[in-house]
Ligand binder design. Structure first.
Ligand code: HSE
Length: 440
């Protein structure tokens, strides 16, 4: 059978990896897919670079629409990124009857509903394994491997840049700004790292996982997004002393009244595998009612790891494209007519546990006042750590840090209690609050 023909939009790092891996493993990939897979046309504004990536014999153009218009192309790979022209081109490729493979988490998290509806109407597939956690086959696992389960929760380290920064902050006791500069110098962080450090990239990814896990629409606009820019080295140190590490987690949970969807720094018990994922690596923990807790670990970015996911999608499409659309795996795991209307919960309804750091006057009765106020609010304390005043503020200091870990409480209740704590005259600085996930 003649090879399936693929057009590539964007010949950057992942495009280059896709060429290399397809070339290197072509025989095995063909034996798995049932026929050859060939990228026969590439569009990139830098045609010289693209020709160098694609090699001789591949048609290179600077106009993506020429690829979409080519009737011989069966699948279009979109590796341009962003929500602008990429959205337009993906919609045009779908309208032209092409299957689409994309690594574009931002596009699908924001415009997924429109794109999946267009693909469904046209009877084509939009595959996006590479959009979440790079080379880790987490979409496949959620959508197919765990299909027997009622998925209860997902928690993931799904941004390598921030995990690298947090690992360095902990290892070297350095503050965020210093480590960010070093990460940029080493090429671990982009020149403009905003999406990574503000948690937006992780929120795009957890939004997609949440939709697949619970069969809801893709709702990035309802996700709570908090990055690591305000995280102090001091809190990483105190968390360590209490037996926790701080990770930027993407979390989604099924609750009786809705779904939690949030990205923020979280304390995780040091003994959990997730707490020991270091450097730029990614890991996702999924809890299903039948299987229990499962863990997926690997490289979340990079040329060949991401190409591994892109090619897995190419193979899937090659195997399935002749099947009638109703017998393919649905884009979001559930058939479009059977989606759930569970709401994303506001943060005040989220239930989790907390780390509070308070700078207080080191005098009699302060701790009693703080714990008394929490008790009145019905907030149960799990652990308390009080530092020596001298250690915190230098010799003769009259201030100290009190760190409190709570048991689970509704965030709205905690917020109200914190406002009262903050108003105490003996609480001398803004209280630092971090969320904590036991992941048990
Ligand atoms: N910038 C992302 C990360 C990789 O640091 O993990 C692409 O999503």
């Amino acid at each position: 059978m003649k090879p399936i023909q693929v057009g590539l939009l964007g010949a950057g790092t992942v495009g280059s990896g896709t060429f290399k891996v397809l070339q290197r493993n072509q025989e095995e990939i063909k034996r798995r897919a049932g026929r050859g897979i060939e990228i026969t046309m590439v569009a990139d504004l830098d045609t010289t670079r693209a020709q160098a990536v694609a090699g001789e014999g591949v048609q290179v153009v600077n106009d993506a629409r020429a690829v979409i218009a080519n009737p011989d192309i069966d699948i279009v790979i979109e590796l341009i990124g962003g929500y602008g022209i990429a959205r337009q081109l993906v919609l045009e490729a779908i309208a032209a009857g092409k299957h689409v493979v994309t690594a574009n988490k931002a596009l699908l998290a924001v415009h997924g509903t429109e794109i999946f509806a267009a693909a469904h109407a046209k009877g084509v597939m939009v595959a996006f394994e590479a959009a979440v956690a790079g080379g880790i086959p987490i979409i496949k696992a959620l959508r197919e491997g765990l299909t027997a389960n009622s998925i209860q929760w997902i928690a993931g380290i799904i941004n390598g840049t921030t995990n690298f920064i947090l690992s360095e902050m902990r290892d070297k006791g350095l503050d965020f700004e210093t480590v960010l500069k070093e990460a940029q110098r080493l090429g671990y962080a982009e020149a403009d790292p905003t999406f990574d450090i503000e948690g937006v990239d992780a929120a795009h990814k957890v939004t997609l996982m949440s939709a697949i896990a619970f069969g809801t629409a893709v709702q990035f606009d309802k996700a709570h997004v908090e990055g690591i820019t305000k995280l102090a080295a001091q809190d990483i140190k105190y968390a360590e002393q209490l037996g926790y590490r701080i990770k930027l987690l993407g979390i989604t949970k099924r609750k009786a009244n809705g779904i939690e969807l949030r990205v923020h720094p979280s304390l995780v018990p040091s003994k959990r595998l997730l707490a020991n994922v270091e450097g730029a690596m990614n890991a996702v923990v999924v809890n299903g009612d039948a299987v229990g807790t499962t863990l997926y670990y690997g490289k979340g970015a990079g040329s060949e790891p991401t190409a591994s996911a892109v090619i897995a999608d190419l193979v899937d499409i090659t195997r399935l494209h002749t099947a009638d659309a109703a017998h393919r795996v649905p884009h979001l795991a559930f058939h479009p007519h059977a989606m759930s209307d569970l709401e994303i919960l506001p943060m005040r309804e989220v239930v989790t546990s907390y780390y509070l750091r308070m700078r207080v006057a080191d005098e009699a009765g302060v701790l009693a006042k703080v714990t008394g106020l929490l008790a009145t609010a019905g907030i149960s304390i799990d652990a308390v750590l009080q530092r020596e005043a001298d250690e915190v503020g230098g010799e003769g200091s009259t201030q100290t840090d009190v760190i409190i870990l709570t048991h689970d409480v509704r965030e709205g209740t905690l917020d109200d209690a914190m406002a009262q704590l903050q108003a105490l005259p003996t609480v001398l600085a803004p209280i630092v609050r971090l969320r904590k996930e036991e992941l048990s």
